[in-house]
Design a protein around this ligand. Structure first.
Ligand SMILES: Cc1cc2nc3c(=O)[nH]c(=O)nc-3n(C[C@H](O)[C@H](O)[C@H](O)COP(=O)(O)OP(=O)(O)OC[C@H]3O[C@@H](n4cnc5c(N)ncnc54)[C@H](O)[C@@H]3O)c2cc1C
Length: 482
């Protein structure tokens, strides 16, 4: 069988699906190849941060995710007692959704089907080759050989990415040194009161309600966490370690999923090589601390989608893709720093380590420190250093807006309509808002631009008196004009 497309996406996890949707929204013919014949029912990830939800909201999708989730306005850093307060970050999206990753994937796959992404399940990619014009893959679909070719290919095929290996991209970092366990189980004897975590010299125990009769148990067992195990985890092993940390038997039963995970930490040396791009776990892996991997990966996809679509459609030069590497590798690097720091705190179970945790906990009670970490973990703190287009000649740029996230706000359009700014990004196009009559009539950007005359119905910090705002399809300002 021979297949062709504008872009091939390898991997139908949350990142591949998000990217495929973004590319298809821009009108491309997208082929997504996923080796699994069916979606998996268990979920590694349980948390979606506010900035990811907001980016889904940029496409009108946030209500679908909210409907299937439990919202919390707090998160954690290394399970320190003082929690991160997300509520202060944004009135609409200052939340952390508890939503199983399987539900996120289900909703994204439904969206992909609505848009017309060609999702080919049961398609195992085994090899990849590229020249200056085409990238090709070979493998098998349900046992029958196939080849597929496209102008570009994105590897969203997870931490062991075949695409990354075949493209010859190094995956640099640290081998695993900490080994943890999780189980989705019923509890006969819950933790007392509102306590969902216990940290002491025996280790770390987290208990996360899953919205049904089940709880997610996460255990870092101080006695065993330095010993790699090739054995499948057992309920007895989890129950015994949980009992030691909690100080009593939680009566775990009915395990629907048991797994191990480690702190292996690596970053791709480059996110693009020729016609091949990487996103999500294919580009970065780390200890799953603070629930960030899927979130950062989906945000990689929101950064890459419109850029790659612009290049394929001839609206932008291929050099635009270098900004994907520079913008998102920097985020990946910080993600690794953040999760390694959390790993150090989570495994510091001796008396000195617990003293360090106590000290850090005190620092988190300071609202400014709490906010700084909440911004980082939630993704709201991300901004990009440079504009991707040239501001009109003779115009002064408001520096603080370059690369900054644009929050949602109510607008009054010249047509008389009242709209929310984010609804104007549902189409995935650039948005140029002329906020006064003197603003330049139009601007150039690497993609189609929707130009509107609008006034702000509520003040937005730093935008008072601005003449115009150019917003990228992923909701970051390219620049604001004074
Ligand atoms: C215990 C645990 C808890 C976590 N909790 C969270 C959390 O709360 N929040 C969060 O943001 N992140 C969390 N993560 C991380 C999150 O699960 C990953 O970051 C996320 O799954 C990455 O998505 P992805 O699409 O990049 O890769 P994956 O989800 O790994 O998807 C890759 C897909 O590619 C397919 N594939 C692989 N190779 C091939 C091939 N050769 N041919 C065809 N298809 C292929 C696979 O079948 C798979 O479907 C957690 C991780 C763990 C281990």
């Amino acid at each position: 069988m021979k297949l062709e497309a504008d872009v091939i996406v390898v991997g139908g996890g949350p990142v591949g699906l998000t990217l495929a949707c973004e590319l298809r929204l821009a009108g491309l013919d997208v082929l997504l190849l996923e080796r699994r014949a069916e979606r998996v029912s268990n979920s590694r990830g349980m948390g979606m941060h506010g900035r990811t939800l907001e980016m889904l909201g940029l496409r009108g999708l946030a209500p679908r995710f909210r409907e299937r989730a439990l919202p919390f306005s707090i998160g954690h850093f290394a399970v320190l007692d003082t929690r991160l307060d997300f509520s202060v970050l944004d009135p609409q999206y200052g939340v952390n959704l508890v939503i199983p990753q399987s539900v996120t994937e289900e909703l994204l796959e439904a969206r992909a089907a609505e848009l017309g992404v060609r999702v080919q399940r049961g398609a195992l990619v085994r090899e990849l080759w590229q020249d200056e014009e085409i990238v090709s893959v070979g493998g098998d679909i349900d046992g029958a050989a196939f080849t597929a070719r496209a102008a570009w290919l994105a590897g969203a095929d997870g931490g062991r990415s075949l695409v990354r290996q075949q493209a010859g991209i190094a995956f640099e970092g640290h081998a695993a040194s900490v080994y943890s366990m999780l189980g989705d189980v019923r509890l006969g004897a819950p933790l007392p009161g509102k306590a969902h975590t216990v940290v002491n010299q025996a280790g770390v125990l987290m208990v996360v309600p899953m919205g049904d009769a089940y709880h997610r148990i996460i255990l870092i067992d101080a006695q065993r966490c330095r010993e790699p195990s090739q054995q499948p985890p057992t309920l007895e092993e989890l129950a015994e370690g949980a009992c030691r940390v909690a100080g009593y038997d939680l009566q775990l039963s009915d395990a629907v999923w048991l797994s191990r995970f480690s702190d292996e930490t690596r970053l791709a040396a480059q996110y693009r090589k020729g016609r091949v791009l990487l996103a999500g776990d294919a580009a970065h892996i780390h200890m799953p601390a603070g629930g960030q991997g899927m979130n950062v990966g989906m945000q990689d996809a929101f950064n890459l989608g419109w850029k790659l679509a612009g290049v394929v459609k001839g609206e932008a030069g291929a050099a635009l893709l270098d900004s994907y590497d520079s913008e998102r590798r920097a985020v990946g690097q910080q993600l690794l720093v953040n999760t390694m720091a959390q790993t150090a705190l989570l495994t510091a179970c001796d008396t000195r380590g617990l003293a360090l945790r106590q000290l850090m906990d005190g620092l988190l009670r300071d609202p400014a420190t709490n906010r700084a970490l909440a911004l980082e973990v939630s993704g709201f703190g991300i901004s990009y250093p440079a504009s991707l287009s040239m501001a009109p000649d003779g115009c002064r740029v408001l520096e603080q807006w370059t690369g900054a996230r644009v929050p949602d706000c109510p607008l009054h359009l010249a047509s008389g309509a009242q709209v929310q700014l984010h609804t104007l990004l549902h189409s995935g196009r650039w948005l140029y808002l002329r906020l006064c009559d003197d603003a330049p009539a139009g601007v150039c950007a690497p993609g189609q631009v929707q130009t509107l005359r609008a006034t702000l119905r509520e003040p937005v910090s730093g935008l008072a008196g601005a003449a115009a705002l150019l917003v990228r399809p992923d909701g970051y300002a390219d620049y604001a004009l004074a």
